[in-house]
Design a protein around this ligand. Sequence first.
Ligand code: NAG
Ligand code: NAG
Ligand code: NAG
Ligand code: NAG
Length: 306
Amino acid sequence: MYLKYSFGTLYVLIAFFCQVWSQETTNDPPKQSPTKDIYAGIGSSVELPCTAGVHEGLQWRLNGSVVGSGPVLNLRNASLGDKGIYTCHGPNGDTIETLHLHLGYAPSPPEVQCWVPSYPLKALCSWTQTPDPLLPTHYITTYWSDSEEQLPAVHSCQRKREQDRQCMLEGAELYSEAPYLVNITAVNALGSAPRILSVFLEDIVKPDRPVDVKATALPGKKVQVQWAPPPTWTDPVKFPLKYKVHFYWGNPNLDSTLGPYESDSMVRSGLVAGRTYQIRVSAMDFLGHGQSSEWSDPVNITLPKS
Ligand SMILES: *[C@@H]1O[C@H](CO)[C@@H](O)[C@H](O)[C@H]1NC(C)=O
Ligand SMILES: *[C@@H]1O[C@H](CO)[C@@H](O)[C@H](O)[C@H]1NC(C)=O
Ligand SMILES: *[C@@H]1O[C@H](CO)[C@@H](O)[C@H](O)[C@H]1NC(C)=O
Ligand SMILES: *[C@@H]1O[C@H](CO)[C@@H](O)[C@H](O)[C@H]1NC(C)=O
């Protein structure tokens, strides 16, 4: 009981002193102008103004080190080494201005890829941004049907989180008369760059890879391979898929691709006893739309010697 009480008292005392101390420290330097963010391109000329009534005896510091004097600081051919916090000081050392200089590039058009891992309801677009603009960059993601309409309805391509570089087209239709236009626009403080992609959904069907691939050795130098369709494909209607099965040993280019199979298993005979085979499976829309999935991760099977 006593111990608990004294810890409590100590805590209250510490809290009290912290509060007094923080009030003193925050009140200590006389009022400072708020930090202003400045964005500039690498290689550009940057002028940093000190907006004071004073014109004499002004001094500039970068991260605290003196870098120049006068009412305007000129940086020619700015490079990444010039970024940081610039402060302008009056003759008595007071901070008059605080500027946070950020350097980077205007975005280039993002590289966009769209595919349909499950139809009829879902198409995804993902994108990459090179070179890295080095500045906070956000994306405006929209799509619409490129029909004859004067003012097509523009939809938002939805992201789960703001920072995601992938968005989802909902309710787009297969076999539409007109393609869909997808607009992914990169925006930062230095500029914006759109990328417009024109897609027919049936051309960009690409299932996810099959799952649960299993190989079992059977008597007579045979192997049975079983798999399950990609779980994303089954929602909400299970359209049929066809599969290819790839057998190899050592070098994946020593090819033996079999199929297509419309079922979820196959048996291969005529294999070599004692050899370890690697086996992977890929799925494709039954009607042959779009592309095959990526290969599943390989599974190994070694044929018994006898
Ligand atoms: C700007 O600086 C970069 C490297 O810092 C240099 O390669 C380039 O030649 C400079 N450009 C000019 C116009 O001075
Ligand atoms: C100044 O400090 C910032 C971090 O606040 C750092 O990113 C920048 O490289 C520093 N600049 C210099 C020239 O030291
Ligand atoms: C693409 O989106 C950007 C940002 O919303 C917009 O400014 C631009 O006009 C759009 N492009 C087209 C062709 O609609
Ligand atoms: C399968 O076999 C290959 C080559 O023999 C080997 O590199 C790989 O690690 C094996 N994979 C597993 C999961 O055992």
